[in-house]
Design a protein around this ligand. Sequence first.
Ligand code: 3H9
Length: 646
Amino acid sequence: MTVLVERRGAYAIVTIDNPPVNAVSLAVRQGLMAAVAQTEAEKDIAAVVLSCAGRTFVAGADVKEFDKPPVAPHLPDVIAAIEAASKPWIAVIHGTALGGGLELAMGCHHRVADATARMGLPEVTLGLIPGAGGTVRLPRLVDAELALTMIAGGKPISAQKAKDAGLIDVIADGDLLQTAFDLVTRGVACRPTLAMHVRGVTNDGAFEKISSDLLRKARGQHSVAVAIDALKRALIMPEADALAEERATFLELKTSDQARALRHIFFAERASLVDPRAKLSPRPIERIGVIGGGTMGAGIASLCLMRGFAVTLIERDMTSLQAGGERVHTVLEASSKRGLLPDLDAVLARFRTATDYAALSDADLVIEAVFEDMAVKKQVFTELEKVTRPDAILATNTSYLDVNEIASCLRDPSRAIGLHFFSPAHIMKLLEIVLPESVADDVVSTAVKLSKKLGKIGVFSGVCDGFIGNRIMSAYRTEADRLLIDGADPEQVDAAMRDYGFPIGVFEMQDLAGLDIAWAMRKRRLAEGKLSQGYIRIADRLCELGRFGRKSGAGWYDYDGTKVLPSGAVATIIAEERQAMGKTAVAFSNEEVMSRILGAMHLEAQAVLAEGIARSAQDIDVVMVNGYSFPRWKGGPMFAAQDRLS
Ligand code: 3H9
């Protein structure tokens, strides 16, 4: 039974049991309608307690149904029936009450929550607005500023904040269900949320400021603006009209390209680590060694510490070790100041540093993050094989190098895997799990479990120069260079990308990251004969002039303090290279610029897929969205391209 009705004396307990997250599917809606009818019909029922089985209260409408036409009974009607019931309904919330789940709870007459529960209206993150009364009921329970943050910002709030704001009535001290029964036995009345007055705006300036901040961050994702408008309407319109408007807007958004793209990414992210190769029991991981205390190594070490592992950081000498240790401390202290680490001392107690690899004799996993040089990586792996337990996993964080070749230097190459983190490692969501040919299946399962424990979105990649993400990035960087040769300038390319929804353009990004690393890589590739015909030398010439980006005060742009200025010197180099390649400048529209950038990404993505480097088009989309800031609401290069073609 998806919805079960039981009696406890004069009360009914209605339990939704729809694993894994009690999403409101058609069966749940039907079950709830039947539960309303039954509890209304049984005259001796004095009150109804609505709770959920399993790990959470209702986490929302069933998103899997969103690609099909809606089928009655619709959630707004179910909620209206509960709200109109003649006996009080009490929502009992544990886990997360999200989207349609919170709307259902707001349709109940009272709300009791676990202290660890969270509640929110994340519909905007799926390109939607609430569609079952959320924009109309929430501002009747909390002030308009909080309603705005929740509806147009999408982030859930804690039970305590919800209690302080008026969204829930009681936080359970002990047993949650018992707390609800204590409440009903004390006697509670029906209290329809819709009959309450709108709480309204307490501070106009604050409301406008929240709106403009959210709109800026939305970078072209429509649902945010639509959600703000829906709430503004709900603040002034009669509730029935506001509900009708909200529903119509929700249904319209549901079929929009952005909502489809966001659903695509939502499910793609949850499928990216489901794989037959990850079926075996993982090896236990408690102690992690990190080789190299540079930005990346220190970031990885900090992340592992924050997520509960014991970490030993290794550097080649005391000076580098001290610097690496300090980097880790800086990251942890910053996280602690932001309230992300409740017990900094306990975290630091799990941190050790050493210059001798022998300190890794008890490590379950070692991740190397040393200089990107094959000889150095092989030396590290050979050394690690000598000092670590034979079952310890040896991972490389290389961004480009051949993981098969690195693994081949081990007597037991099945222990080797690539774990490609993105900088800053404790913040960026993506983890590319790079699978060399020799990797053991239980090493793969262990990497999957580790990825989840580290809070990452993991994606499998085969071995190639750059793996999934850097390969596609390098293709689009090359296309951006070609655009310069053909007549665009860096300012236009960057502006076109920002208009499309990238947080930053390709040239601004290179200036931020530093041009020297990619220059070193190009020199290596050039020496190996791996750079293709028609190679564009503009970036090399900038580096030859010491223009390494922001850190050197000049790169693709000139920098005057915080000011970013177009560079005459860069324009001259572009013009010279254009002439040397026998091209004449032509004008481009921003659409043409984007079409070429996206086309290049898509072509490379297709090659990555055809070569079996990525398992699926959706994995590629997950990589580009989470590792390279491809706008989520476009879904990813493969999805966006598929849409352009269809
Ligand atoms: C909405 O409610 C609209 C209403 O306003 C109006 C309606 C008329 N539907 O994330 P996890 C699946 S819009 C279907 O790995 P966690 C998920 O695919 C919705 N399936 O777990 C996965 O399946 P599988 C507003 C869903 O513990 C499994 O559950 N709500 C849904 O890390 C476990 O998911 C949201 O946007 C769903 N709504 O996190 C909330 N949700 O095992 C979206 C999850 O087959 N959900 N699944 O791969 C979440 O944020 C997280 O799933 C949650 C749990 C925090 C709940």
